[in-house]
Every structure is written in C-alpha cells, then in structure tokens.
Design a protein around this ligand. Structure first.
Ligand SMILES: [Zn+2]
Length: 166
C-alpha cells in the first residue's frame, strides 16, 4: 500500500500520505513501521505537512519535555525561518492525558495564524488524513534528531538503535 513518493528535501521520506487509491475513504497509508502519531511523539520529531489542494506547507518539530514523569508533555514548534536547525518558534503543547493539543498562551504565533491552524487541524485529523495531504520526515531520526543516512532508516524515519526503542 505504501507508495513511493518524490520528496522535496534531500534525505527526507514519507511518514504518512493519504491513500491515492482508496476512493473517497481517504484512508491513511503509513510507512511500514510507524504511524504519524507514533512518529510525532517519539521524542524529537521534525516533519513537513504538505497539502496539494491548498499548496500549504509547514514544518513542525515536536519535542517531549525532559524528565522522568510519565505525564510530561510534548512541545510543538513551527519552523518560522530559513535555518531548519534553529528557526523553530513555540506553538503549543500536546498533553499526555488523552494527547490533546492546545495552542500555547505564551506562543508568539497567533492561535489563528496559518501554521497554528495547520497543526491544530493535522493533530485532529492525524488518523485520517484527507486525500492530497502528506507528511514527510525531515531526514532526521524522530526520536533523537540525528541525521538519517542508511536507506532503511530513511524509510522508517528512525535510526537503527532508536527504531527498537519506539
Ligand atoms: Zn535516533
């Protein structure tokens, strides 16, 4: 079911795409190992969401708060500059309790800005992305953020050690 997709970032690969052959069902087609939710919550995940019907494209980074507490949240950031290493701006928080996403009151990005609305929408629709929406990882391990090099890692979105830990 997984389709080979052209990717726009060197070393990047698909995490999830809306099925192109499922008619109106819009069923999610995932990379073989992992769902979009699993990837996003793996620890330090960067991914780009593209919507071919609107032309919109946003890159997000989702980092879990450090510490040992099981209920620690994930902080969602939006790529807002041209340095894809440092130009992330805090957007909101995913809470461990029921994995609800909320826009951050302290975010410098307005709750109704396009990137903020895009993540809110993506998270609510993460298990059933509409046709034409696809999500690519950014060529970095979703758990530890290291660059992915070998083809198996690019395919899964995780380095060879981290793939066994998610
Ligand atoms: Zn890793």
């Amino acid at each position: 079911m997984l389709k080979e997709l052209d990717t726009t970032v060197a070393g990047a690969g698909p995490i999830a795409v809306a099925s192109l052959d499922a008619g109106a069902s819009g069923a999610l087609v995932c990379a073989p190992v992992i769902s979009l939710e699993q990837f996003a919550l793996a620890g330090d995940a960067r991914f780009t969401v593209m919507n071919s019907s609107t032309g919109n494209r946003f890159t997000f980074r989702v980092q879990r708060a450090s510490g040992e507490v099981a209920t620690r949240p994930w902080f969602v950031k939006l790529l807002t500059g041209d340095n894809n290493e440092t130009s992330y701006t805090y957007l909101g928080t995913i809470f461990a309790d029921q994995l609800v996403y909320r826009h951050g009151r302290k975010s410098r990005i307005a709750h109704d800005a396009p990137g903020a609305r895009a993540f809110d929408w993506l998270w609510r629709n993460r298990e059933r992305l509409p046709e034409g929406v696809r999500v690519n990882h950014e060529g970095r391990c979703g758990r530890c953020g290291r660059a992915l090099t070998v083809p198996e890692s690019v395919a899964s979105g995780f380095g060879p050690e981290c793939i066994n830990l998610v």
